[in-house]
Each structure stands twice: as structure tokens, then as C-alpha cells.
Design a protein around this ligand. Structure first.
Ligand SMILES: [Zn+2]
Length: 254
């Protein structure tokens, strides 16, 4: 299958490295990716980055998380503007897949109003359950926009041809998922989301300091490790060194 795939960046976050790799000291600045996938049957966005208001008033969006997370996000870096640079109208995106509902993955959902939103059912349920909203740091204003909603359970083939498949990678949050792309050449690309922040998480099989479910997250890392051993190209969720290896803008990766 011929897919056109672009890696978009909606700003960066400066944060404690420990939040990505438990036990480490210091801070790190990481990219906030999302991905445009053009399939003959429709256009798909995997994650939507941060809400545009994060550029001017992050505290109004994520509250005291701003004590630890410095948001570096400039005008024109929001998802709708990034899509416009590729001559894609955000209002015409057909499918929006969220890896999970955190502010740096679902924050731009409001800007993709007419897409069918596809999320794991267990993630969506967690995003409506007060205890899990609090413990997972969800912000309901990121994802409650009345999208046409399709809730899935586990692996899900989005176009029915095996080219774009949601794969469950639970653990970071209750219903986190990654996206596996199989390209015409047989090349396999796995967009991890936060199932694996950095290459080092996978190389060293190490978890972040804050995890919803450590056992599940370790299983998800094992799954990604298995894909990598089979030759899949792993797109780590927030790895600045990996990000720097991608082609220059418009970062077309397939
Ligand atoms: Zn993230």
C-alpha cells in the first residue's frame, strides 16, 4: 500500500529526564510529535499535539503541571497551522486516532473537528472516571468536543488492508495504543506514542518514573522490542536524538 506519511511537530516540552527514564537526573527538551497519514481511502492524523492556547496560557490548560513542564510552543506550530503548510485543511481530516488522552497528544483534537475519533474504549472510559482522570493527569477540555466517536478494543485495522493498524500498548495510561504502518515496500514503521518515550527505554528496558501500570507497560515495551527485532522502524514518542535523524521539513517519512 502506498501511504504518504509526515511527521509533524507541535512544539517542545522541557521536563525532568526522570519523568521519561526513572532514576535519571537533570532535564531534557523533547519534541511533541503527531503524524499525518494519507491513505487512498482517507486522511488520518495520529495524535494532535498540544492545544493552541498552550502557546500563551499553559496554566489555563494543564494547571500545576506547568511547575515541572516548561512548554516551548510558538505561534504557527499548532497542528492546524502545520497541516496548512502541507496544504491540508484540518477541518477535512477524516480520521483522528489518539494514542491516549494526555494534553500533548489530544490537545489539538478541538482543531480537527470533523474527523471520526478512534480511541481504545478503556482509554476513553478512564478519561471519564473521576479517580482515573486525577491519577492520570487527563484534562477533559482536551478531548470532550463531541467528535463522532469509535471506541475500539485491542488491535484494529483502520482501512481493512493491514496498512494502518492500531496496536494496544497499555500501561502508560489504561488504554494507550500505538500505530503500526506497513508500507508498500514491506517496510514496517511503528509510531509508539508514549509506550516508549526514548530509544533508551527500549534499549535498556527501563520505565519512566510515573506509569499507570508498570506490568502492562513492561509488556508493551516487550511487544515493541519484538517488532524492532523483526525489522520494524520504531518512532520513539519523545526522543530528541531520534527526531533529529528524520528528514528535513516537511519530514516526509514515507
Ligand atoms: Zn506524550
Amino acid at each position: 500500500m502506498t501511504l504518504n506519511v509526515y511527521a509533524l511537530q507541535t512544539g517542545s516540552i522541557n521536563m525532568p529526564l526522570d519523568a521519561l527514564l526513572a532514576g535519571e537526573e537533570g532535564r531534557i527538551t523533547v519534541p511533541v510529535p503527531c503524524y499525518l497519514i494519507e491513505h487512498p481511502k482517507g486522511s488520518l492524523l495520529f495524535d494532535s499535539g498540544m492545544h493552541v492556547e498552550m502557546q500563551t496560557d499553559p496554566r489555563s490548560r494543564i494547571g500545576k503541571l506547568t511547575d515541572e513542564f516548561n512548554i516551548e510552543f510558538k505561534q504557527g506550530e499548532e497542528v492546524a497551522a502545520q497541516l496548512a503548510l502541507l496544504n491540508v485543511d484540518a477541518e477535512k481530516i477524516d480520521i483522528l486516532v489518539n494514542s491516549h488522552l494526555h494534553y500533548d497528544h489530544a490537545g489539538g483534537n478541538e482543531a480537527i473537528p470533523n474527523a471520526r475519533l478512534i480511541v481504545q474504549k478503556r482509554e476513553w472510559d478512564a478519561g471519564r472516571e473521576p479517580d482515573l482522570i486525577a491519577s492520570n493527569g487527563y484534562q477533559q477540555h482536551d478531548y470532550n468536543h463531541g467528535h463522532d466517536l469509535e471506541l475500539i478494543d485491542g488491535e484494529h485495522d483502520l482501512f481493512g488492508d493491514g496498512s494502518v493498524v492500531c496496536i494496544p500498548t497499555y500501561g502508560h495510561t489504561p488504554g494507550h495504543q500505538s500505530l503500526k504502518l506497513t508500507l508498500g515496500s514491506g517496510r514496517i514503521v511503528c509510531l509508539c506514542g508514549d509506550a516508549c518515550y526514548l530509544r533508551r527505554n527500549l534499549d535498556e528496558m527501563r520505565l519512566p518514573s510515573v506509569v499507570h501500570d508498570k506490568v502492562q507497560m513492561r509488556e508493551s515495551l516487550e511487544r515493541l522490542s519484538g517488532l524492532r527485532k523483526l525489522g520494524a522502524q520504531i518512532f520513539y514518542g519523545h526522543d530528541p536524538e531520534f527526531w533529529a535523524t528524520l528528514p528535513a521539513w516537511p519530514r516526509r517519512i514515507a
